[in-house]
Each structure stands twice: as C-alpha cells, then as structure tokens.
Design a protein. Structure first.
Length: 310
C-alpha cells in the first residue's frame, strides 16, 4: 500500500533512500535547508532509475518525479507522513533538533528510523516526546542498491517498532538484520571498521601501497564476501569437517594474525600518504565514472545473489 514517506536530509543517503521508496510506489517528501537539494535529489533519482528498473519488475521508463517533493523545513516534510527516514548529520545535537521539529507535525504512532552509521538509538531518542517510536535503521551506501538494513532498538523503543520497521523494509526487498545490543557502529560498520583499520595500518607500516591493499580486497576476500559471510566461508574452508574442523585446526593461525594487527593513528602525514596513494590508484578516472561502474556491478551482483541457496 502506497505511503507518504518523509526523508529528513537530501544528501547522498537521503536521495538514495528516496529513489528506492519511489520505485516501490511510495510518495516522498524530502526536507533539506540547502537550496540546491531539489535539483540534486531529482538528478540522483534520474541516474538511479535505470539500475532500479533492472532490479524491480514493472517500473516505468522514467521515474515518477511528480511523487517527489523537496521542502526546506522538516515540519513540512513530516506533515501527513506515515513513516520517517532520518538522514541528517551524524551528530547527536542535530539529530535531537531534527526529531524535535519532526514531532511537531507527526502523529504519535509514526516511526522515525535513523540512518545513523554509528550513533545509538538510546541517545537519539533521549529528548523525544515519543521515544518509543525511534529506532536505528542503518543502510549501506547506496541503500537503493545494497539491500542490507540494520535494525537496532533503543532502551525506550516500543517492542512493536522493530517488527513494524522490518515489515516495511522487507516490502522494499531489503535484507534486514536485528542487532541485539547497542554498540557504536551497530554491526556492519564495526566489521568494516575492523578491516579498514588494518588496511590503513598496512599502508602506515609500509607493508603495501594503497592500490595493492584495494586490489587485495577487491580481487581476493571481497570476491567471496560478495557471496557469503566469514563464518560460512570458513565452514567451507574446513573441508569435510566444516566449521568445527576449521576452528580446531586453523583457528590458532587466526589468533596469531589477530595478535599482530596494528592500531594506526590518523596523523596528518598518514592522511596525506593515504590520499596520495588513492590519487595514484584512480589516476585520471572521474569519481562519477567510478560510481557508475560500481552501481552497474552492484546490480549484476544483486541479480546473481538472487539465485543463491543461502
């Protein structure tokens, strides 16, 4: 059933969510104080639409931009909304201010789902009039192509809020997971942060270049991770004995590597080294060209994964 969805914030994440919501028949009202937000969001939806058409049956040739509105105020976007996707700055002060304004226009039962990448729902709901309707629903960028949505309740979140949000995102063909304990970064970003920490450390210690680190991931473990998670990967690595065989016989080698992982500090010199290394990696490639190639590959991967049995 079509809904009126308020998207608070018209940056990359808000625009991407909006494209997805439009593709599934909903009306979207974005709030963003930036005067260029309307043009940016409409342009984003137009670029995203061909990829969404590849993944979603029955979409028209052109996006239904008549169902997309952009306003400068949160209250205007939330007026009559049946669901709110909050995509504002990832700082607790702005989150509190945005929710305060949203609650002036929302019915008490309307869920507010935050896209925050690292803040906790308990902190976000701390100053709300109706904290029970607030939860974290964190996507991976870009949410219109990467299906994962992490759902996390705060201490005051209603027991019904997570199942309601789960039903909503499932209707958008998203893959939801319930994170059982609040932690900074939830689940997926904690995993990616652990990997990125060592990726930075390898460069800092002179073990390999930025380009070779990226190639190692993209053409090594990343190929497998695009299909299955680490526990299942190592289950297959255990041969006939499965995961138990792997842990009992090769687990000690993992512990040896864990003990040697670094804890780099992002000094000015290291930041400069990382940026220069990235510039050498991409050479003359334009960022939009890289993004377009990534999105085409994500569509192909999503189609491939539809046929997997796990």
């Amino acid at each position: 059933m079509p809904q009126h969805i308020a998207v608070l914030g018209g940056g990359l994440i808000g625009a991407s969510w909006s494209a997805l919501f439009l593709a599934y028949g909903h009306s979207v009202h974005i709030s963003d104080p930036d005067g260029s937000a309307d043009a940016f969001c409409r342009g984003f939806v137009r670029r995203a639409w061909p990829h969404l058409r590849d993944l979603t049956q029955g979409l028209p040739d052109h996006p239904p931009l008549d169902r997309l509105r952009v306003s400068s105020t949160i209250a205007a976007a939330c007026d009559g909304a049946s669901f709110v996707q909050e995509c504002g700055p990832d700082r607790i002060g702005p989150k509190h201010a945005m929710i305060k304004e949203a609650e002036t226009a929302l019915a008490p039962h309307v869920l507010i789902a935050s896209s925050t990448s690292s803040l906790m729902a308990t902190d976000i709901q701390a100053q709300a009039q109706h904290p029970d309707r607030i939860l974290v629903a964190h996507p991976m960028n870009p949410p219109h192509l990467v299906p994962l949505v992490e759902l996390v309740a705060g201490r005051l979140t209603s027991p019904d809020a997570i199942p309601q949000a789960e039903a909503f995102y499932t209707s958008l063909n998203r893959v939801t997971i319930r994170v059982q304990k609040e932690r900074p970064g939830h689940l997926a970003n904690r995993l990616t942060s652990a990997l990125y920490q060592e990726a930075v450390n390898i460069v800092a210690e002179g073990i390999a270049s930025v380009e070779d680190v990226d190639r190692a991931i993209a053409y090594g473990p990343g190929m497998r991770w695009g299909l299955m998670g680490p526990h299942l990967i190592y289950h297959l690595g255990g041969g006939a004995g499965g995961y138990r065989q792997y842990l009992e016989h090769l687990g000690p080698t993992q512990q040896t590597r864990w003990a040697d992982l670094g804890r780099p500090t992002l000094t000015d010199d290291l930041i400069e080294q990382l940026v220069l290394g990235l510039e050498q990696e991409i050479k003359e490639l334009d960022t939009q060209e890289i993004e377009d190639a990534r999105d085409r590959a994500l569509v192909a991967l999503a189609k491939l994964k539809q046929g997997l049995p796990f």
